[in-house]
Design a protein. Structure first.
Length: 112
C-alpha cells in the first residue's frame, strides 16, 4: 500500500492557518451572497419600470422615424439620429438585462 502518515495529514488540515483561510473564505462567500441578493432585489424591482418606459420609447421613436424620415421624407427630420436613438434605448435595456444576469443564477432549462 501507500506509506502515508495520516497523523501529518490530520495535523495540516486542523492547523490554525487553514482554519483561518476557511473562515475567511466563508466570510467572503457570505458577504458576496448578501451583496448579490441585495443587488438582485433592486434590479428586479427596477426592471418593470425600465421595460415599461424604454421599450415603448424605442418602438415609438422607430415608428416616427419610419413615418417622417422615410415615408413622408421630410428633409429637416434627423432620420439617422432618431434611428440611432431608437436602437440606443433598446441597447440600454439589453445592457440592463445583461447586468441582471450577472447577479442572478437561473435554474437550468429542461427543454429536452
Amino acid at each position: 500500500m501507500n506509506n502515508v502518515d495520516f497523523n501529518l495529514v490530520r495535523r495540516d488540515a486542523a492547523s490554525p492557518r487553514s482554519v483561518g483561510l476557511r473562515l475567511a473564505g466563508a466570510v467572503c462567500f457570505i458577504g458576496w451572497q448578501a451583496v448579490r441578493l441585495t443587488c438582485c432585489a433592486v434590479l428586479v424591482l427596477v426592471e418593470p419600470i425600465l421595460r415599461a418606459t424604454l421599450v415603448p420609447i424605442a418602438f415609438l421613436s422607430f415608428l416616427v422615424t419610419l413615418l417622417f424620415g422615410f415615408l413622408i421624407g421630410d428633409p429637416r427630420f434627423p432620420r439617422w439620429g432618431m434611428l440611432a436613438f431608437s436602437i440606443a434605448t433598446l441597447m440600454v435595456y439589453w445592457l440592463f438585462l445583461g447586468l441582471m444576469s450577472l447577479f442572478m443564477t437561473l435554474p437550468p432549462s429542461h427543454d429536452h
